[in-house]
Design a protein around this ligand. Sequence first.
Ligand SMILES: Nc1ncnc2c1ncn2[C@@H]1O[C@H](COP(=O)(O)OP(=O)(O)OP(=O)(O)O)[C@@H](O)[C@H]1O
Ligand SMILES: Nc1nc2c(ncn2[C@@H]2O[C@H](COP(=O)(O)O)[C@@H](O)[C@H]2O)c(=O)[nH]1
Length: 194
Amino acid sequence: MKLGKIFVFYGPSAAGKSKIQKALTTEAFPRIITSTTRAQRVGEADRVDYIFMTADLFQEHLRNGDFVEWTLYHGEHYGTLKAEISKMHASDKQAHIILDLAGVVSLKQLFTNTVAIYIGADIDSIKRRLVERESSSEEVDWRLNKAITEELTATYTQHADLIFWNNDDMAFNETVRRVQEAIGIKGTFETHAE
Ligand SMILES: Nc1ncnc2c1ncn2[C@@H]1O[C@H](COP(=O)(O)OP(=O)(O)OP(=O)(O)O)[C@@H](O)[C@H]1O
Ligand SMILES: Nc1nc2c(ncn2[C@@H]2O[C@H](COP(=O)(O)O)[C@@H](O)[C@H]2O)c(=O)[nH]1
């Protein structure tokens, strides 16, 4: 079985991990799709953004030992199915995935060819994006607080092999170009206008 590198994007909520990941995804550089019990957001699609599943189904997968790793975030479960990792390992392709810090630590222990890429953004950018995206002010406050107390601190960034910032006042295309250059992915990429 061949083994390509796995690039893990992690960092605060609304830092732009998904937006950057979408810009980098190609057939040759696929993303590993994780599973969640949280509700689908407007614009998200099942098996594209996440494998959306019920809490019961998630528990069944847990009991069956189907997850490589899993986490709890804002009361919802998130996990990486072994089957999704196997798809990538069946080829020699490099791939990428979005996880939280617990996921980064687990993947680094399991796969020595894991590269952790921290995507950060300043608190004003995070707040603006969360207010625009989230439907509940409780969720905005919870995610902001987690960013301030954990995800923007050295406890989080110390696990990074590469660090990039994606603030509102920065040129997004340039950030994507620098990420692409750092991870050595050749070819074109599409950017996604706001
Ligand atoms: N550079 C940017 N300028 C303006 N808006 C941005 C920028 N980067 C991301 N956004 C917007 O911020 C919002 C959050 O981005 P995204 O979903 O990529 O974040 P994330 O890090 O994946 O968040 P989460 O972990 O909470 O799911 C989206 O609406 C996205 O379009
Ligand atoms: N350890 C894991 N973390 C995951 C997984 N899938 C997503 N995540 C992280 O969860 C939070 C919340 O995600 P959101 O889409 O609700 O904003 C975020 O930090 C993701 O990186 C996973 O399978 N395992």
